[in-house]
Design a protein around this ligand. Structure first.
Ligand SMILES: NC(=O)c1ccc[n+]([C@@H]2O[C@H](COP(=O)([O-])OP(=O)(O)OC[C@H]3O[C@@H](n4cnc5c(N)ncnc54)[C@H](O)[C@@H]3O)[C@@H](O)[C@H]2O)c1
Length: 257
């Protein structure tokens, strides 16, 4: 496995924490050169430094995916540093909880800007390189909420549904150019984003038990379990998989009761 991604270069957004961090580490561990991109430059530096200290090859880039110039520069830097860019993982997102009638326009705009526009900017700016290389892999982190509902996460879910739709259209548009496009749909994952969800509840411990109980596997995922799926989809082992949204949810979406 250590050589699975040897010779490939990747850019992972939101790689300073959670799923993005686990993915950047795993890709590097499997031989890829990795651009660790995050709006929090310090977090990006920390992750990148520890990848390099472990013998990997990475660069930290501070960028806000909702800003086109930032994304364009991040892609350019990664491409010129690694002399290629084979894998883009659009993972950065923000989640603002609350009932729809309480959601402000500013909150709506922020979720759209990071979770959807950020994905669009990433794709838009890697595509010229990938089209020239006649190959590439674009992956995004969607969510089970992209295909199902949550009373307090309507707009967040709408952005994740849009990412699935975009994934499918791009797979259709760029398949003949050797570019594969897929997204992963995790259920709950033990990251700061989910801890915030538990903290938001009146009784966090009871909420944790209730959420775990909804999963056939009676637990939530680790960030590493999502990273494993992303690393597989990024590799040549997934050479005929495109246009898919894949659940990594411990059976949550398979169960009704
Ligand atoms: N944690 C879950 O349960 C869960 C479930 C389903 C989907 N997801 C999705 O997985 C992805 C990662 O989530 P996570 O739980 O690891 O989150 P996280 O909060 O642990 O990490 C997100 C990272 O993204 C960065 N980020 C935020 N806004 C950014 C921006 N504008 N530009 C660049 N970086 C930015 C943050 O600084 C942070 O380092 C997100 O797309 C999220 O929607 C998470």
């Amino acid at each position: 496995m250590r050589d699975r991604l040897k010779g490939k270069s990747a850019l992972v957004t939101g790689a300073g924490s959670g799923i993005g961090e686990a993915t950047a580490r795993l890709l590097a561990d499997q031989g890829a050169k990795v651009a660790v991109v995050d709006v929090d430059g310090e977090k990006a530096e920390t992750v990148s430094a520890s990848i390099n200290a472990a013998g990997g090859c990475s660069v930290a880039i501070c960028a806000d995916v909702s800003r086109e110039e930032d994304v364009k520069n991040a892609v350019k830097r990664a491409q010129s540093r690694f002399s290629s860019l084979d894998i883009l993982i659009n993972n950065a997102a923000v989640q603002i909880m609350g009932e729809l009638h309480d959601c402000t326009e500013e909150q709506f705009d922020r979720m759209i800007a990071v979770n959807l526009k950020g994905v669009f900017f990433g794709c838009k700016h890697v595509l010229p390189f990938m089209l020239e290389q006649k190959k590439g892999v674009i992956l995004s982190t969607s969510s089970v909420l992209g295909v199902t509902g949550d009373a307090d996460l309507g707009i967040y879910g709408a952005t994740k549904g849009a990412v699935i739709a975009l994934t499918k259209s791009m797979a259709v548009a760029y398949g003949s150019s050797g570019i594969r496009v897929n997204c992963v749909c995790p259920g709950d994952v033990g990251t700061p984003m989910v801890e915030q969800f538990f903290d938001f509840q009146p009784n966090p411990e009871a909420a944790r038990e209730r959420v775990y109980g909804q999963y056939p596997m009676r637990r939530i995922a680790s960030p590493e379990e999502v990273a494993q799926l992303l690393a597989f989809l990024a590799s040549d082992e997934a050479s005929f998989i495109t246009g898919s949204h894949m659940f990594v949810d411990g059976g949550l979406m398979a169960s009704v009761y």
